[in-house]
Design a protein around this ligand. Structure first.
Ligand SMILES: Nc1ncnc2c1ncn2[C@@H]1O[C@H](COP(=O)(O)OP(=O)(O)OP(=O)(O)O)[C@@H](O)[C@H]1O
Ligand SMILES: [Mg+2]
Length: 252
């Protein structure tokens, strides 16, 4: 009789136990001889969670605009792993990366040219790269609606939370009706983020300022949000112009 050596592969369960297991499972309608379920890719929790928060239209968005893709690389490269290496340097590389400080982008151009698509594409890329753990996306008009003072809601706390989120998408700046109050709110939000170099994606239909060759009466972002906000945006953002036809018409 040949004796099994310790190095030989050993069955996980004995023959008798396996027979009992199979009988119990088949009594419950589970057939072990059925082919195993097809391999499904391991879900990445942060990506899965991000997908649910992204509007349906942009769930497959890819940041393929060269300027936006470059920004994604810059932000991903600057992301840090604050917990990596603290316990065991051998596992240091596996620490979760979080978005650190970095530049911001102002994506502007006429309607339907793909600004919001690129912005969500950038959020998806950063999340898939293991960064952007905390991000928030809001249209400027919705932000003003949410921040209206009302009983039982601490809007100051809400503003503070949005102001400090590591990655913010402020969509459609300049599209809402403006007032002293909206200007003040936008100023507080952007000036804090600008001063602290927190990456922010801003989109707008309006060109930032008047430039040569532009019709004199064309409205610009400076007219809509005021000098102080425009100055902050200029300081913190690289601006990228989007041109071309309205993609919403092309989809029909
Ligand atoms: N690169 C792209 N590939 C495929 N679809 C795109 C792309 N860019 C934009 N789209 C689609 O075109 C439509 C318009 O894009 P998007 O909403 O990003 O435009 P926008 O510039 O933000 O417009 P608006 O100024 O009106 O907000 C969306 O349905 C979007 O999914
Ligand atoms: Mg948009």
């Amino acid at each position: 009789m040949t004796r099994a050596r310790l190095a030989d592969p050993q069955p996980v369960v004995s023959g008798r136990l396996r027979a009992r297991l199979e009988a119990t499972l088949s009594a419950r309608g589970i057939d072990l001889s059925e082919p195993p379920l097809p391999e499904a890719p391991e879900p990445v929790p942060a990506v899965e969670a991000a997908q649910k928060r992204i509007p349906f239209d942009f769930r497959d968005a890819v940041a393929d605009h060269p300027g936006v893709a470059q920004w994604v690389r810059t932000i991903a490269a600057a992301a840090t792993s604050p917990y990596a290496g603290s316990l065991n340097p051998a596992y240091g590389g596996g620490g979760r990366r979080v978005i650190a400080r970095g530049p911001s982008l102002l994506l502007w151009g006429s309607t339907g040219t793909g600004k919001t698509h690129q912005a969500y594409g950038a959020i998806r890329s950063l999340t898939a790269a293991g960064c952007a753990v905390r991000w928030h996306a809001v249209k400027a008009a919705d932000l003003y609606g949410q921040m209206r003072p009302r009983p039982g809601v601490d809007v100051e706390w809400m503003l503070r939370d949005i102001t400090r989120v590591p990655l913010l998408l402020l969509d459609d700046l300049g599209a809402a009706k403006s007032s002293e109050w909206t200007e003040e709110l936008t100023f507080r939000l952007l000036s804090w983020r600008g001063e602290n170099h927190l990456p922010t994606l801003v989109t707008s239909n309006l060109p930032p300022v008047q430039s040569a060759g532009m019709p004199a009466r064309r409205e610009v972002l400076r007219d809509k949000v005021g000098d102080r906000i425009l100055s902050r945006l200029s300081g913190m953002c690289t601006d990228i112009e989007f041109t071309g036809p309205d993609r919403r018409f092309q989809r029909r």
